[in-house]
Design a protein around this ligand. Structure first.
Ligand code: 0K2
Ligand code: SF4
Length: 323
């Protein structure tokens, strides 16, 4: 890379892996260690190219359709969760299933099932076609209506408005979701909202860190894969705040011209992007002239989710854990 005016890198805190991603990857690694390859995984375990390629090299096979899974196989559901239909098909075909759905996504599924029994219909705020949205909407065969933006709120036609509840995807823009939720509330004043919003702590914390960092940097680099909703939201947020922002899947994607005339470089990573990729980006930006790397102050996350039963290893060692 050529010389530029880059002098300092600021590292966002928190950034990178959340508890749900760490757990999901560990489930695949433990299943491989305990049962041996191949281990089948429905959908990318998390939306990150590096993670998926590493696990493929260890013997994981990623599939979208359960028809691709042979009888007797071990199957893992991705962190984004699955519909009831997928769950039922997997059990009917007798696979040994380990569920890597993030417990915070499962919590939304449980809430939907519980309120549906009480006769509620749902407005779901989320992105069409995203696997988490398909999984959450697929908890019910009907009565759950997707809205992607404020315009959709004006158009949506639930069967009734007396017993209506709102749920959201966990990885949305906090600000966009608040605006859409306000429109939902205005149209359906009696709608039931979750006590604690469905957008998770990790999404909230990473967006808060970008808000603090953006005015202090000339450019923000987000490490994340194109399919990762929460990573895209970080790039979009910085851009909205007036900071040039780029998302890269790896350090090779960095372009020297982005850094021309930029002094301070902000760096963060989506919840599915491993720290090893952040380190590689730091090395490349150092080559542009950055002399210091400074960690921002921020929330220290301590959330940890338990692993599913049945994945205990005899010697408890897990060589080469992706982190
Ligand atoms: O942000 P996304 O929901 O697209 O998913 P990933 O990038 O895989 O991050 C992990 C979140 C999974 C579930 O919330
Ligand atoms: Fe769970 Fe949030 Fe991480 Fe998704 S982003 S896996 S909901 S902690």
């Amino acid at each position: 890379m050529s010389e530029s005016g880059v002098s300092e890198i600021l590292l966002a805190e928190p950034r990178g892996f959340c508890a749900g991603v760490d757990r999901a990857i560990e489930i695949v690694e433990r299943a491989l260690a305990k049962f041996g390859a191949p281990i089948y995984v429905r959908h990318e375990i998390v939306h990150n190219t590096y993670v998926v390629n590493e696990l493929k090299s260890k013997g994981a096979i990623f599939i979208e359709d359960l028809a691709e899974v042979p009888p007797g196989a071990t199957l893992i559901f991705s962190a984004h969760g699955v519909s009831k239909a997928v769950q039922e098909e997997a059990h009917a075909r007798g696979f040994e299933v380990f569920d890597a759905t993030c417990p915070l996504v499962t919590k939304v599924h449980v809430e939907v099932a519980k309120l549906a029994k009480e006769g509620f219909e749902f407005i779901m705020i989320g992105h069409k076609g995203h696997p988490e949205v398909e999984g959450t909407m697929g908890q019910l065969s009907s009565g759950i209506h997707l809205v992607e933006d404020v315009a959709d709120v004006a158009r949506v036609q639930p069967g009734q408005s007396d017993k209506l509840a709102v749920v959201t995807q966990t990885t949305l823009s906090v600000d966009d979701a608040a605006e859409i939720a306000a429109a939902v509330r205005a149209r359906f004043p009696k709608i039931r909202e979750p006590k604690q919003q469905d957008i998770c702590y990790a999404t909230q914390n990473r967006q808060d860190a970008v808000k603090i960092m953006s005015p202090q940097v000339d450019i923000l680099i987000v490490v994340g894969s194109p399919t990762s909703s929460n990573s895209n939201r970080l790039r979009e947020l910085a851009q909205r705040l007036g900071t040039d922002s780029y998302m890269v899947d790896s350090a090779e994607e960095l372009r020297p011209e982005w850094f021309e005339g930029k002094s301070r470089v902000g760096l963060t990573a989506g919840a599915s992007a491993p720290e090893v990729l952040v380190d590689e980006v730091i090395d490349r930006v150092r080559a542009l002239g950055a002399v210091s790397v400074r960690k921002m102050d921020g929330i220290q996350e301590t959330t940890k989710f338990p692993l599913p039963k049945g994945l205990k290893l005899d010697d408890q060692s897990l060589p080469g854990h992706i982190s």
